[in-house]
Write a protein of this length. Structure first.
Length: 330
């Protein structure tokens, strides 16, 4: 028996009538048990009014988090929160005016936060108190501040879309800093921009390290395994082919690697989007599945070697409508 944390958010009841940045009204962390299928809420959180857009319907959701010892770090659109485990007492907090649509946070060896700051197409290194140590453009050769203004409080800005790169996930491997880029369908080394892994198949999320390899998801339901030494994709697994359904799998995002063959993957029910290019894969890549309906938000354990599902747990029954990361609780 094992338990896992999942970060995400709960949809507003009228979400279907809104565009994507007004969908979620509660940031939440749940724990699920892979033995009995039980799901328990651990945290419910709402961003303070003074560090989010003035529109009270602006999204409140936990994006992707990470573990550091007995602490869990997670980001909202505009904040970094740190919780002790397993009691989920808030023990750390940071924010900064440049945070806009933050997607992932991890702690580096210096004890600072590395944040995939999607809204400004950057990765930020912040101290635990929220001071900027360094900002990295995820577009080599482009000065971030040619497009953005250092003096603006971007926490109050609903959206900066369309993004030029849309960084989703930041990770370190062999002392190098990497980021996954949604628009470019790749993973880029920020400390050595000559290193790049071209996924190409579809827009990419995640960047989980297992035995020196990077495991990522693509939005249309593939697992990509890549090697940072060769900067090449080693293997691709199509979860659509492993799932016995004629419905669209959903927005594939969030992965936890158990071993070289077994992975737990998160799926979020496809949501409305003003920027239709972000969900075109649902109509044109998945084809007839989309017209047949959409599966619920859930977590699924796949055996990649067998091409089969071991279990799946429906999270919508517990009012979790978006999954961003899956982290081990045991």
């Amino acid at each position: 028996m094992s338990r896992y944390y999942v970060t995400g958010g709960s949809q507003r009841k009228d979400a279907q009538s809104h565009i994507e940045w007004f969908n979620y009204g509660e940031a939440s962390i749940f724990m699920f048990d892979d033995q009995d299928g039980s799901v328990t809420k651990c945290v419910s959180y709402e961003t303070p009014d003074d560090i989010r857009p003035d529109d009270k319907n602006a999204n409140v959701v936990f994006k992707a988090g990470s573990l550091s010892g007995n602490r869990l770090q997670v980001c909202t659109q505009t904040e970094i929160l740190e919780y002790s485990l397993p009691d989920f007492k808030q023990v750390g907090y940071a924010t900064h005016p440049w945070l806009n649509d933050a997607h992932h946070v991890v702690t580096n060896k210096a004890g600072n936060f590395l944040v995939a700051n999607t809204g400004l197409d950057m990765v930020l290194e912040l101290t635990p108190s929220g001071d900027v140590v360094r900002d990295y453009s995820v577009l080599p050769g482009e000065d971030i501040w040619d497009r953005f203004d250092r003096s603006v409080d971007y926490r109050k800005v609903i959206t900066t879309k369309p993004h030029h790169a849309h960084p989703n996930y930041v990770f370190e491997i062999n002392g190098e800093l990497w980021v996954s880029r949604f628009i470019q369908k790749d993973m880029l080394c920020l400390t050595d921009p000559g290193k790049r892994i071209d996924v190409g198949l579809e827009k990419v999320h995640d960047g989980n390290i297992h035995q020196g390899l990077i495991y990522s998801t693509t939005v249309n339901g593939h697992i990509i395994i890549a090697d940072t030494t060769t900067c090449r994709v080693c293997a691709t697994h199509d979860l659509n082919a492993m799932t016995d359904t004629n419905k669209a799998l959903g927005w594939c995002r969030g992965i936890h690697v158990l071993d070289e063959n077994r992975v737990i993957v998160g799926f979020s029910r496809i949501r409305p989007s003003k920027f239709r290019e972000n969900v075109q894969w649902a109509k044109f890549k998945v084809g007839k599945r989309e017209s047949a309906g959409r599966l619920a938000t859930r977590v699924v354990l796949y055996d990649l070697a067998k091409g089969s599902i071991e279990w799946d747990i429906n999270l919508e029954k517990h009012d979790l409508n978006a999954v961003f990361s899956i982290l081990p609780a045991d």
